[in-house]
Design a protein around this ligand. Structure first.
Ligand SMILES: [Zn+2]
Length: 397
């Protein structure tokens, strides 16, 4: 049958031998030996098979993927990075759609099947970047699912007209509303949070807010976000990206905030930041906070690092969190896989019979080794089709 895919000689996360039969984009059978009814098998050479990775926070519109190397030009502060990006973006020789597509191919070869991207919207840019990313999403819909966040990079209140463009973005197909440092960028915590929560409630969409503000300032913002989440009945639909403050403040001060986040269903998305505190992700997970992971900026004017690999990102999260045991490394992998799928609302995620056939194979013995070594993925399958092999993209461009 044309739509069938039969993979033999694989191992699951527990080390058990498995074969997988895929039909019509779903896992039709899985077990030590499955009846593939004459479909010729592909030898997995004993590789581990894992469900698709999930990148819950990146910026497809900002990446320089596919362009010659640009030496990092921005200064060390957030303002300089915003200004440098604005200076660069108009003169780039590749469109947003082309650069986003190039980056998607990098995500895909590393086994990422689902992602959430923030996209800059402001009165100067309008919806141009959103339109570019939506074009790339359509072109690569066979390879990855993409959730979009209308992101006010330059602030909401300090950049007049931005809120209107954010609403236009929702009408043009953006899935969620973003926000950014209500204190640090807008200098008005209530003003920005009221604006975005009211708009989100009006349109029935979730919120994912960048919170870089540290220490007590950031902690007060976390409390304010939790409070509004409850007032607007948005439990389970609000995420704080970064939340460095949760790693800055004393454990005794962080604990009640973490409890409050868990109680209000406010998620945290981390990328293992350099140069600042990382939230206590293991304690947060154990307290019941949904913790997911993302690459954030990948080779852009903000950050020269990254190649779109969520296993490498899981390693960085583990490294920064001092994870060493296999269960801890498996937790870092969980943030980059199932936790992200739950956050993004990916239906039928996993490797059970009936699940979407979005998975990859990797030549490692265990999940922990996959996080630590993250060698090239042998095979990547999305919606039942092989789209990458040994680190090379084979899907349609
Ligand atoms: Zn970001």
């Amino acid at each position: 049958m044309d739509d069938a895919l039969y993979l033999t000689n694989l191992r699951d996360a527990k080390g058990a031998a498995v074969e997988i039969l895929v039909r019509e984009g779903r896992i039709a059978a899985k077990g030590k030996s499955v009846d593939a009814e004459g479909v010729s098998g592909i030898d997995g050479h004993g590789a581990l098979v894992l469900p698709a990775l999930v990148d819950s926070h990146l910026h497809l519109d900002k990446s320089l993927a596919g362009l010659p190397w640009y030496p990092h030009a921005a200064g060390p502060d957030r303002k300089s990075r915003i200004d440098t990006e604005k200076q660069m973006r108009d003169g780039l020789p590749l469109s947003v759609a082309a650069r986003a597509g190039n980056l998607i191919e990098r995500l895909v070869v590393h086994g990422t099947g689902h992602c959430r991207t923030h996209i800059d919207v402001d009165p100067e840019l309008g919806l141009a970047s959103l339109e570019g990313v939506l074009e790339a999403r359509e072109r690569y819909s066979h390879a990855i699912t993409v959730q979009t966040v209308a992101f006010p990079q330059s602030g909401v209140l300090t950049c007049p007209g931005t809120l209107d463009v954010m609403e236009e973005a929702l009408r043009a197909g953006a899935d969620l509303l973003g926000g950014i440092d209500p204190a640090g960028i807008d200098g008005d915590v209530d003003g920005q949070l009221d604006a975005i929560f009211n708009l989100a409630e009006k349109h029935g969409v979730g919120i994912d807010i960048h919170l870089h503000d540290g220490g007590e300032t950031g902690a007060a913002e976390v409390a304010a976000i939790v409070e509004r989440t409850k007032v607007h009945g948005m439990q389970g639909r609000v995420a704080i990206s970064h939340g460095f403050c949760l790693g800055d403040i004393a454990e005794s001060a962080a604990a009640p905030l973490i409890e409050a986040m868990a109680g209000a269903g406010v998620a945290n998305i981390t990328h293992a930041p350099g140069g600042t505190s990382i939230p206590p992700v293991k304690q947060m997970h154990e307290a019941g906070v949904a913790v997911a992971a993302g690459n954030d900026g990948i080779r852009d004017s903000w950050c020269p690092y990254g190649d779109g690999d969520m296993l490498e990102r899981a390693m960085l999260i583990g490294w920064r969190s001092n994870f060493r045991t296999d269960p801890d490394l498996e937790l870092a992998h969980h943030f980059a896989s199932r936790a992200g799928a739950d956050l993004l609302g990916v239906a039928n995620y996993g490797l059970d019979v009936g699940c979407r056939a979005d998975f990859f194979t990797i030549p490692t013995e265990t999940v922990a080794e996959a996080v630590v070594r993250h060698p090239p993925r042998s095979l990547v399958v999305h919606a039942g089709h092989i789209i990458a092999r040994n680190g090379i993209y084979e899907g349609r461009a």
